[in-house]
Design a protein around this ligand. Structure first.
Ligand code: ADP
Ligand code: MG
Length: 425
């Protein structure tokens, strides 16, 4: 165990698979409990949880997935100092993005008190850490209240480990694609001091699931890409194309492909500046690419409209495409049903609104059924994960990634700077 691989550098899947077996990184499994007692261990978590207008946490999946790492440290008698970002406060304190309510949530799950410090660095944070006893947990305030985090400031990172810290645990998969002070900077700093930077259990599981699937996917290998924009997903489409047997495109992204075919899309969302890209991807993919054959349209994308089914080359003027149509849902369900490996990123329509949710839900249910039959099904992307929850199938999916952009970057073969910065085994 403990074989964690850092995928790095742009490259083909085969090259990346080679990297996987070569570049193994240390994980928390390499840290026996007896070495942790009374140690101040700094842990980067991703508590960038969705909050409602009242500041209440609406989805705590990312938090729940960090519990094994925190419990391991607590049971070993370490002092766990947690760092996380929340939202995009832009380097300034913003009370609406305080982590204080998240500390309360963590306390509920752990069943014992979790300290919260309203500062991330400075005297108050130092004193809070110095006052910790063995087996205690302390969450520091949002790292992005400090401009140094996004700047990857080395001095700031050093201050975060200035408690004699010899171990940094990164358990924030959703942030590993960012070279920030709280991700890469702290890892580098702790290694400079002769300590270790290791992957926590969540990070290890994420990387293992994604890299194992990519290194040797069972065929047929089907990828479903949807969501709002092609521009967000060109890299992942290009990286996956050589490996997949079939690429299904849905969501607003399909509209740009329709345009590339010369079909009218009414008032639907289109990326005019990506029509050439769509054309190039169609040439590259050949008959691996499956576009919708029909779509659901409505005069507006709102929760109370009635919808029509149109062939995708017959969308009327002033119509908005809001979902794939029933024939497409059937076609996609068949393809997914025959797959042995599925990667799904991006909803098929505006699933947040009742009139446009059925295409996404049908694909989600098909993915869950094929997983029930032993296929490997990976869901990457925050909205797709939310759709899998809303469709009631999330527990049947092989792996739902906690990292939206991070999982796409990983699958695209891009370097993960915060993983590269971990200690080699
Ligand atoms: P993920 O987070 O799973 O990667 P994206 O963020 O790429 O997914 O895209 C999700 C968004 O795309 C959703 O908010 C959804 O409403 C939107 N979307 C999907 N299809 C359409 C469409 N036809 N028109 C407008 N928006 C769409
Ligand atoms: Mg999204």
């Amino acid at each position: 165990m403990g074989l964690l691989a850092a995928c790095g550098g742009p490259g083909t899947l085969r090259r990346r698979a080679a990297l996987v077996s070569r570049m193994a990184k240390k994980t928390l499994e390499d840290c026996p409990p007896e070495t942790l007692a009374d140690q101040v261990v700094v842990v980067r978590v991703d508590y960038n949880l969705p909050l409602n207008r009242d500041g209440e946490v609406v989805d705590d999946t990312r938090l729940v997935r960090t519990l094994p790492t925190i419990q391991y440290l607590v049971e070993a008698g370490a002092k766990a100092v947690l760092l996380s970002h929340l939202g995009r406060p832009g380097g300034r304190p913003d009370p609406a993005l305080s982590l204080r309510p998240v500390a309360g949530k963590l306390e509920e799950f752990l069943g014992y008190p979790v300290g919260f410090c309203p500062m991330t660095t400075g005297l108050q944070a130092q004193e809070a850490v110095q006052g910790m006893k063995s087996g205690e947990v302390l969450l520091l305030e949002n790292t992005r209240f400090c401009p140094e985090d996004a700047r990857n400031d080395a001095e700031w990172a050093e201050e975060e480990i200035s408690f004699g810290t010899k171990l940094f645990v990164n358990d924030a998969f959703g942030a590993v694609h960012r070279a920030h002070a709280s991700t890469q900077g702290v890892a580098d700093a702790v290694r400079r001091c002769g300590g270790d930077a290791v992957a926590g259990f969540l990070l290890e599981r994420e990387i293992r699931s994604l890299s194992d699937t990519m290194a040797d996917p069972e065929h047929p290998f089907v990828t479903i890409i949807g969501g709002a924009k092609i521009s967000n997903k060109i890299d992942v489409i290009e990286a996956l194309l050589p490996a997949v047997d079939q690429l299904l495109i849905g969501g607003a992204m399909a509209n740009t492909f329709f345009k590339a075919h010369g079909w009218a899309v009414g008032d639907s969302l289109v990326e005019e500046d990506r029509i050439d890209t769509a054309r190039r991807l169609m040439d590259l993919a050949g008959d691996k690419l499956l576009l919708p054959v029909d779509v659901l349209t409505a005069p507006s994308i709102t929760s109370d409209v009635s919808t029509c089914v149109s062939a995708c080359d017959e969308v009327g003027e002033a119509q908005h495409i809001g979902d794939i149509g029933p024939r497409t849902a059937e076609l996609f369900t068949d393809v997914v049903g025959g797959a042995r490996t599925v990667i799904w990123s991006g909803p098929m329509g505006v699933f947040e609104l009742a009139p446009f949710r059925s295409g996404t839900f049908e694909v989600a249910r098909a993915a869950a059924s094929t997983a029930d039959q032993g296929a490997t099904v990976i869901v990457g992307g925050g909205d797709s994960a939310a759709a899998a929850v809303a469709a009631g199938v999330v527990d049947r999916i092989t792996h739902v990634s906690t990292g939206g952009s991070a999982s796409l970057e990983f699958l695209s073969g891009n370097e993960m700077p915060a993983v590269a910065a971990l200690s080699d085994r």
